[in-house]
Design a protein around this ligand. Structure first.
Ligand SMILES: Cc1ncc(COP(=O)(O)O)c(C=O)c1O
Length: 362
């Protein structure tokens, strides 16, 4: 497996970095026929919604490095955080269960949607211990105490966007490079990807620079601009590069070149994390014609940005564009059928108020 991993094929000395196989790769890449027709551009999609059979999306790529570190250190309990509907929390619980580890998920409230509720139920189904926190300060303290008291615990940062997690997306960039070489896609001029906790965007920028493709990256910001800035993305990419160069000094120091390869655009953010926007809803409808299931917090906003760039000619007619589909499309119905909100800790029942009211009627 290691020898087939694009990053290690390119830089064999990096195999001394702990890594464990988690994802189904390479993920498919194909043209979005209907979207291309509508936008009169060549639009392709990287199907990272399919990275994992149970729950895919962008997180499992990061975990190939993060979980390897956990296993190497012999830790047994994961402490991590997010909103009540965190995709990262769910992907962590699924992966932890596979490795016989337990997950403690410290969550804050977020705008409710069907997807948020489903994830919350799945967190519990896949064995995460849920802790509902009042505010970020309270949460930080609670996590610190847990980490202090349980010596077998390991902290995974928000969205697994650590420098190690970022390496998962440097690897992804080399995966695309191989797909270009196999002529599965023309070399993209631009790649549109969601910028949240940033490892996805940072790893791709760094990897595409090292792979010497012409592809520029447009990160569509979906959180407050101060949290997902271009500067923070580049800082994270540089930290990942440092890990790589510490293992293999022949890897070029491309730090200064990253700036020119990246744009981070918050025009489609909608003012609030998780808020739905007109552009995101239109993008979700358009993607449906290509049988892709997007959502309004991440992928809808990102495709919405791509559409707007095409309409404003910021993507020209002869450019090839790649859209990174980072949200799992796995069907969770089989698990959701086995659980109801009343199985959750009591504090979480209020997020299912409608269902509680309906039950009262009978
Ligand atoms: C579905 C989805 N896409 C994209 C992102 C953004 O990726 P990152 O956090 O690495 O910036 C996230 C998480 O924030 C996510 O859950």
């Amino acid at each position: 497996m290691v020898e087939k991993t694009p990053l290690f094929k390119k830089y064999p000395k990096l195999t001394s970095i702990p890594w464990v196989s988690i994802i189904n790769s390479p993920t498919p890449i194909h043209k979005m026929e209907q979207t291309s027709k509508t936008l009169k551009r060549d639009i392709w999609v990287k199907r990272d919604d399919l990275t994992h059979t149970i729950y895919g999306g962008n997180k499992p790529r990061k975990y190939e490095f993060v979980f390897a570190d956990i296993l190497k250190k012999g830790k047994k309990t994961i402490v991590t955080l997010g909103g009540i509907g965190t995709n990262h929390g769910l992907a962590t619980a699924v992966t932890a269960r596979d490795f016989g580890l337990s997950t403690h998920l410290f969550v804050l409230e977020q705008p409710l949607s069907e997807g948020v509720r489903e994830n919350l139920l799945c967190h519990h189904f896949f064995g995460a211990k849920l802790h509902l926190m009042r505010n970020p300060f309270h949460r930080k303290l609670a996590m610190k105490i847990k980490l202090m008291l349980d010596k077998s615990s390991y902290f995974i940062t928000l969205g697994a966007s650590s420098p190690l997690g970022t390496l998962g997306f440097v690897n992804a960039a080399f995966e695309i490079k191989e797909q270009i070489e196999k002529k599965l896609i023309p070399e993209p001029d631009k790649l549109f990807v969601t910028a949240g906790s940033l490892a996805t965007c940072a790893g791709l920028v760094l990897g595409l620079e090292l792979a010497q493709t012409k592809t520029k990256v447009v990160g569509i910001g979906v959180t407050d601009p101060s949290r997902s800035s271009k500067q923070k993305t580049i800082e994270l990419a540089k930290k990942a590069l440092l890990i790589m160069r510490n293992k293999d000094a022949s890897i070029p120091n491309v730090s200064e070149k990253l700036e020119n390869r990246l744009v981070v655009d918050h025009s489609y953010f909608g003012g609030k994390y998780g808020a739905s926007t007109k552009e995101a809803l239109e993008a979700i409808d358009l993607a449906r014609k290509d049988e892709l299931k997007l959502e309004h917090t991440y992928t809808g906003k990102t495709l919405g940005g791509l559409i707007d760039y095409c309409q404003k000619n910021k993507v020209t007619k002869n450019e090839v564009v790649l859209f990174w589909n980072s949200k799992s499309s796995a069907d969770m119905t089989p698990y959701l059928n086995q659980i109801t909100y009343s199985d959750l800790p009591r504090k979480f029942h209020k997020f299912f108020d409608d269902q509680i009211k309906n039950e009262d009627l009978f």
